[in-house]
Design a protein around this ligand. Structure first.
Ligand SMILES: Cc1cc2nc3c(=O)[nH]c(=O)nc-3n(C[C@H](O)[C@H](O)[C@H](O)COP(=O)(O)OP(=O)(O)OC[C@H]3O[C@@H](n4cnc5c(N)ncnc54)[C@H](O)[C@@H]3O)c2cc1C
Length: 571
């Protein structure tokens, strides 16, 4: 084990000062003063760290040494934090375990093909985030893309969001009559048990429509029977919508709906994928004097005297050889998965807190990207696959996202599988997955197997924090303990807070945390994305396709179903 001895970019002068307004009482009020430069903060090594001597004189201002701020993870949350810090001349070291930036919002590149983990629309209702995106990425690098997605079922493509007339026409007269009869039956004699997703939805749409438009996709995403998903989720997502109101809405669109439709018809997208945003942000952090260390995983957080004082990291070189180092840390902004953060504490967290961490779990995700002639693609950005005969949940057409993702008169289709790390799909070889995806594309009638030219597999662990029964109590236990035992550790982001955050909310948690650290504000970062009814796309599923093609108000806050504990793998 070595201590930090180098690698940090030279610190930039021109820092903001902090004004000591009550020097004798010890009460410190922090006001930014960007006009006076502070000397570069000294480089410090664990064990030799000295606090400055107390100020005896009645100075109204003094240059306080800037804290060592360590950011764990170079995804949207981590890079937003680093960008905000360096913008204010606060040195920062970002530690990223992977060899690409962007986290789940990265763009993967293979042999010149570029694809997202899931397809990342840039959509936000937070003006600061909108501004931030356009500060980091020049307008010419942003595309405004039309949005189109449909549902594939029984060889037919249904408009999405669902339009009753289109749905009934596509179903055909016989199925349409059966569906209406099943709806009437559910109204006359509703399912007795409406405590689960199936009963709740069937009571409002009838069993036949439930099976076609809700059941299969929801079960694919969450990997469990719909009878074991609690009704709260459906109630939140589908609100008061029923077949009757859906038909009325379709026939008489209201003003509000028109506005939402406008919002969802187009979305912003960086020219070469979401990763471009995070690559630019990284460059700007580096240019402003920050440090971003790739292939560097935080493996331990050393605790002493009621706080974390250092992080232990393992850096892999190109050959995979690891070096261990210890970096001093006054403040730690962490977007690593919350359970892993807790379990990395040294000395360890109390048993009850470790148990809470181990009780939190995730759902994982893999994409098989298949290259096909452009003419074989489809105009949709993605298609939901409700057909139960295929395991694929969604098919992206990356060429519809941006022409800069594809090349040579070809497009790239991303077949998305919702999986658990270690299950049969996760463990399959890339060749087997490419063969399966090719077969399913053919089976679904989307593209003939003979048209697939090549394929690539991307596995993304911990894509979805799972909201299983009692997960919120576990998070509370962890929060409570961190506040007591490591108050200088600040969880941010999606997995960092075990919160179903989209990129914008992940960024907001980072922005508020930076203000808390630099300005002494007391923003409650945990309240981001909790109560608001966040209308991302009106009557559509969450950006990451987490609903079963429902026609419902979408919230990014509580859009994951609560799963009963018996079904959940430990993290
Ligand atoms: C399929 C899918 C589709 C989505 N679509 C959208 C969309 O359309 N729009 C949208 O806004 N959002 C979307 N999201 C959500 C978005 O991807 C996340 O909100 C966002 O990436 C979260 O950012 P983050 O920085 O909190 O976490 P992450 O993106 O998870 O980044 C965390 C980083 O920390 C690193 N890390 C982890 N452990 C360690 C460690 N021990 N040491 C060092 N580094 C570590 C990881 O390697 C990673 O780079 C989607 C998500 C999914 C799964």
């Amino acid at each position: 084990m070595t201590s930090r001895s180098g690698g940090c970019e030279p610190l930039q002068a021109g820092s903001r000062l902090r004004r000591l307004t009550a020097p004798t009482s010890g009460a410190v009020s922090l006001h930014a003063d960007a006009s006076r430069p502070a000397p570069p903060a000294p480089r410090r090594t664990v064990g030799r760290h000295r606090r400055p001597p107390p100020q005896e004189t009645a100075l109204t201002e003094f240059p306080r040494p800037r804290p060592d701020v360590v950011v764990i993870g170079a995804g949207p949350a981590g890079l937003t934090a680093a960008h905000e810090l360096t913008k204010r001349n606060q040195p920062v070291t970002v530690l990223e375990a992977d060899d690409v930036v962007g986290g789940i919002s990265r763009t993967v590149e293979r042999e010149g093909w570029r694809f997202d983990i899931g397809g990342h629309r840039f959509f936000t209702k937070v003006p600061e985030v909108e501004r931030w995106w356009h500060t980091v990425l020049p307008d010419e690098d942003f595309l405004s893309r039309p949005r189109m997605s449909r549902i594939l079922y029984a060889g037919k493509l249904f408009d999405y969001p669902l339009k009753p007339m289109n749905a009934l026409t596509n179903l055909g007269i016989v199925e349409a009559v059966r569906s209406v009869a099943s709806y009437v039956k559910a109204k006359v004699s509703p399912p007795k048990d409406q405590s689960h997703f199936e009963g709740w939805v069937a009571a409002r749409f009838g069993y036949r429509l439930y099976r076609i438009f809700f059941k299969t996709y929801t079960e694919k995403v969450w990997g469990m029977p719909a009878t074991e998903i609690q009704a709260d989720w459906a109630a939140l997502r589908i609100k008061n919508l029923s077949l009757g109101t859906a038909i009325m809405n379709a026939l008489s669109p209201k003003k509000g709906q028109t506005e939402v439709t406008t919002l969802i018809d187009r979305f912003q997208y960086p020219k070469t994928g979401p990763g471009l945003m995070w690559e630019r942000a990284t460059e700007q952090v580096l240019a402003a004097g920050g440090e971003v260390r790739m292939r560097t995983a935080v493996t331990k957080l050393r605790r002493a005297e009621g706080r974390v004082t250092a992080v232990e990291v393992e850096t892999r070189d190109a050959e995979g050889a690891a070096t261990v180092e210890v970096l001093p840390a006054d403040e730690v902004i962490s977007s690593m998965p919350l359970p892993e953060l807790v379990l990395a504490m040294d000395p360890p967290a109390p048993a009850q807190v470790q148990d809470a961490a181990r009780a939190l779990s995730h759902r994982d995700f893999l994409t098989v990207a298949l290259v096909v002639p452009e003419a074989e693609g489809f105009p949709d950005n993605w298609i939901y696959v409700h057909s139960p005969e295929a395991r694929v949940g969604r098919v992206q057409n990356f060429g519809s996202w941006s022409p800069y993702l594809v090349k040579d008169g070809r497009t790239c289709l991303g077949l998305e599988y919702f999986v658990n790390e270690g299950d049969d799909l996760w463990e399959s070889s890339d060749d087997d997955l490419i063969a399966l995806a090719t077969k399913e594309l053919d089976l679904l009638g989307l593209v003939g197997a003979g048209s697939v030219e090549r394929g690539y597999v991307v596995r993304m662990p911990k894509a979805y924090p799972v909201y299983d029964e009692g997960y919120d109590r576990q998070v509370d236990i962890i929060r409570g303990w961190l506040a007591e035992a490591a108050p200088n550790v600040h969880p941010v982001g999606r997995n960092g807070m075990h919160r179903y955050n989209n990129a914008d909310h992940s960024m907001v948690t980072a922005m508020l945390t930076v203000e808390n650290i630099l300005d002494g504000t007391t923003h409650d970062v945990w309240s981001v994305n909790v109560e608001e009814d966040y209308h991302e796309e009106g009557s559509a599923p969450a950006a990451d396709g987490s609903t079963g093609g429902t026609s419902a108000a979408a919230g990014t806050g509580r859009s994951a179903p609560v799963r009963p504990r018996s079904n959940v793998r430990a993290a």
